[in-house]
Ligand binder design. Sequence first.
Ligand code: COA
Length: 259
Amino acid sequence: MHYNNILVEENEAIATVTIDRPNKLNALNRETIQELHDAFKALESKKEVKVIILTGSGEKAFVAGADISEFADFSEKEGGKLAAKGQKLLFDFVENLSKPVVAAVNGFALGGGLELAMACHFRIASDNARMGLPEVSLGVIPGYGGTQRLPQLIGKGRAMELIMTAGMIDAGNALSYGLVNHVVSLENLLPFCEDLAGKIAKNSPVAISHAIKAVNTGFKNTDGYSAEIKAFGQCFGTADFKEGTTAFLNKRKAKFPGK
Ligand code: COA
């Protein structure tokens, strides 16, 4: 299959999916989300593929978020739809894939980028990685599952702080929070993930798929995700959102009117 925004490589039991928009720090535009969905779906149906590694192209970013230029002029209704569609096509899809997906976080994982890494089954970071959910600095909230998965992974208080400050944590902090399982050098990131994937690939794929389902079932409370989609959409009707996204696209600091 030909893709415009991602690369897919298969090496025996291990497939590597690379988001390949380095000039836009691998930001997730609509087409990339659809291509990722198609690629994961195709890899899931290939018996020989046992583990998938997801990473970003270049040395700077895993994914710097959803593509702000695509949604800056959306209405409330379009905002809600954006979150609902993205969650279904990609974030929930990856989380519930029957094959393990390991995020190799090779730089910035912000907004939708961190949300994507969190939808993967676990995360390995390079030592230059920086993670955060900066959405409130744009006048919006995380809409791809971030308000749900971040507290699951690092606890409610830390998640609240990270979301409210729109701040970033470095790889060392992410490790101490349990957001990532290991931190390695950038150069060693993919070899390290491949080594782990090789260990996983030796085990029963059927048992692993059952384990994924069982672990995920313990965290299923779809009300939280629906509340997130509703609130995300509502943000698009605010003057703060218009100011936040316009300021980003014009490369200036936002001055929020607070309404
Ligand atoms: N959506 C759209 N474009 C994005 C983007 C995003 N989420 N993140 C980065 N880009 C683009 C920039 O607009 C820039 O494009 P240009 O060269 O055509 O102007 C390019 O990627 C490089 O980014 P730049 O901001 O110049 O790099 P930097 O090193 O100065 O800063 C970041 C890096 C990650 C701190 C900064 O890009 C950033 O804050 N990105 C947005 C993060 C965010 O808010 N994500 C949540 C979205 S909901």
